[in-house]
Ligand binder design. Structure first.
Ligand code: HEC
Length: 135
């Protein structure tokens, strides 16, 4: 019983400790988000709409509702979700770079600031970046 509780505690705390950086720290570049937007228009806008507000059974990818679903999770989790399931009609057919650019574009659309360095394409690095909505 006690051991189970410790395990539960650790599984809750380890991702928090591991996610050392915040998406508020400028974790993608402006150019990368622009590349992401190009991919978005071709691959995603038909369901999630041009301005990311969603529609017809596809959720919005911007705004408080979206952020409340992803707040506290990592950019890596968002990346993996997209890579495994999006677009729903042909999941995973884009390159790692394209999924990473899409993550940058979605961060930009949610007012996370751009920075000097592109978002990494390595999942381990992306797993260290926590999505934190502004308070
Ligand atoms: C054919 C329609 C369709 C296309 C095309 C599509 N999506 Fe989706 N998307 C959905 C649906 C439906 C969901 C909800 C499914 C779920 O939550 O499991 C979703 C969920 C998502 C989510 C999670 C939203 C949330 O708030 O939890 C993200 C992020 C996302 N899509 C990104 C993308 C990206 C990026 C692309 C382009 C590569 C894309 N989608 C293309 C239909 C689509």
């Amino acid at each position: 019983m006690r051991r189970a509780r410790v395990a539960i505690f650790l599984s809750a705390i380890i991702p928090i400790l591991a996610a050392a950086r915040s998406a508020q720290d400028g974790v993608y570049t402006k150019d990368q988000a622009i590349r992401g937007q190009t991919v978005y228009r071709e691959e995603c806008a038909k369901c999630h709409s041009e301005n990311l507000t969603g529609g017809d059974g596809s959720p919005e990818l911007t705004g408080p509702e979206f952020l409340s679903r992803w707040n506290g999770k990592t950019v890596g989790a968002l990346f993996e979700f997209m890579r495994k399931t999006m677009p729903t009609d042909d999941p995973g057919h884009l390159s790692m770079r394209q999924y990473s650019d899409l993550a940058a574009f979605i961060l930009k659309a949610n007012d996370f600031p751009a920075g000097e360095k592109e978002l990494d394409r390595e999942l381990a690095a992306m797993n260290e970046i926590r999505i934190e909505a502004k308070k």
